[in-house]
Design a binder for this molecule. Sequence first.
Ligand SMILES: Nc1nc2c(ncn2[C@@H]2O[C@H](COP(=O)(O)OP(=O)(O)OP(=O)(O)O)[C@@H](O)[C@H]2O)c(=O)[nH]1
Ligand SMILES: [Mg+2]
Length: 306
Amino acid sequence: MKNLKEALISNTQSEKENEKGRALPENYVIEGNLRIKSEVAILLPTYCEAGNVARLIEEIENLGINPLILVVDDSSPDGTANVVRHLQNKYSNIVLIIRPSKRGLGTAITDSFKFLLSLEHPPKYVITMDADFSHNPRDIKRLLHVAKKGYNLVIGSRYCKGGKAENWSPIRVLISKIANFIASVLLGLSTKDCTSGLRCYSKALLKHIVNDLHSHTYEIQIETIRCATNKGFYIAELPITFTSRKIGKSKLTFNEIKNFLGYIAKTKFRSYISVPQQLFVKKFSPIYMVLMRNYAEMLARLKNLM
Ligand SMILES: Nc1nc2c(ncn2[C@@H]2O[C@H](COP(=O)(O)OP(=O)(O)OP(=O)(O)O)[C@@H](O)[C@H]2O)c(=O)[nH]1
Ligand SMILES: [Mg+2]
């Protein structure tokens, strides 16, 4: 087992790569072949998904696209990492990152983006999906097809025409709808499903936004859409059927919902204060200039007196 920084440094010799390695925490462990050359990476964040992850990886392997499968596990107490290790004996395209404790979905995704971009052969497309079979692995090819048309972010959407969520409890439907309503009304996002975790990101997009991502938990899904929109990248939505998880427990807790609402409130507040600030500087800049000139003159006089 290698420390992530060491693994990156030993596999990528250039100084630039080493700098990127240093940007990642020292206490992560990485296992697998970092020299994999694949056009597509599939990112599976896991926390206690031992009952799902093996079958999911097998189904992804059977798609025939030979992707790099990256599992980011937060030291799940149910032994998810061991299940993945077992599969690494069978398939050479699986990389496992183990973080020392549960650190949230948002940081799992951002850490993975940083890691993938620092590889010797960074993938051109990065798919993110839940590891609980809520997302159908067969949709991966559909997402890639649209991404290859030039869309930088393709979202598997439950709320665009043709999309749906099956067997979801009324409370989960309500939480999801409210979260999307808040995101579209308060942040002005035009995407219909802003919280879906099934996505395809282009390398170009990730390079531009990775350093702007600071979410800890589920708000990452909104933050990535905002960053892509603000920077003028192309976003598409593709209808999917989302299925409620059958094995394992949801990790969506009150804390995650609190973080999500906190992110929306903070972002909205920032947009309120930045507009008057910009107006103020524009409108009063002549006054500002006069004040500055007087201040400079005063300093010069003081200097002459001394
Ligand atoms: N590494 C990591 N993965 C996480 C964390 N929290 C959630 N996940 C994973 O992120 C994915 C989405 O989490 P879920 O618990 O399915 O959340 P959800 O889809 O809103 O809830 P469900 O109703 O259970 O489907 C799953 O693969 C989880 O195992 C975390 O803190 N760290
Ligand atoms: Mg889920």
